[in-house]
Design a protein around this ligand. Sequence first.
Ligand SMILES: [Zn+2]
Length: 323
Amino acid sequence: MSIAKKIYINRHFNAIIVLGCGSMGRRRKRKLKKKVKKFLIMFLITTIIIIISTATYKNISKKSPSKEKTIVIKKNTSFKDKIKKECKKISYCNNKYIDRYYKYYKNNKKLSINDIITRVNLGLDYDFYTHTRKAKDLNKDYILVNKYSYLEEDYIPNNLEIIPEEYARSGMRLVKNAKDAFVAMAREARKDKRPIIAMSSYRSYKYQVNLFEKYKEADGIKDADTYSARAGFSEHQTGLCVDIYDGVLDYTNFEQSDSFDWMQKNAYKYGFILRFPEGKENITGYQYESWHYRYVGKDIAKYIHNNDITFEEYYIQKIDKNN
Ligand SMILES: [Zn+2]
């Protein structure tokens, strides 16, 4: 320690002692008081600076990117772990899609794990008409054709038969199973005074090309995509679906007819489902169509009716489990 410093400390030490004695000269006393005051102020300022610095450092540490990154990774890992765990219990979960499930979950956090898996397996994490594939299950009642699953230009279903004209516009055709079921349904509906008439059924690839082009010209491709299918992606090419009306109202107003109520209660008993229900547009890819019915067979129709799901969901969860 330097001599100067020693003297300084001694002076202060003496000053503090002397301050309490009361036997000093007034001038010296005042001088000492000043020094003590100065010392205390310096001490206070230093303490405040130390406190502020410590608090700021703690704050910065909390917000540091490295810590934030750790939290994200933790969340990420835990959800992926959850999916992996659930995957073993869910028969239609596919381990190779774990990253896609996670990505879809991040944008759809309110969905259940089952819904996330179903939608990703359907391809809904990709835009419509991207990542398409050839339809499987050709000539089966449970074939899936939608905006990700297409039929080739030369696909014509087996066993197309004409629907009798008492229940259809002239020349309407359906695959035999669907036609028989439709006739039985239309007969029963007529008995109940709730007529249903087919106004569009099987449509060839070429027919759909022209139809879609017409809609595209009228409304633009964006709107046309919401109510009409591009060629190859139309379910009408399967010969398993039918657009109906009650013989009076325009088919687009079918929902307002008594025949629609009859269909709501009875269609599934004949193996038909309302294919594009209200509120399921983001799964089916189409706006609600009260007039478009699809034949899937009695068992599947009953399951879909009882569980209030779309054919897409049924297909992923029950048929194409391995995707
Ligand atoms: Zn239709």
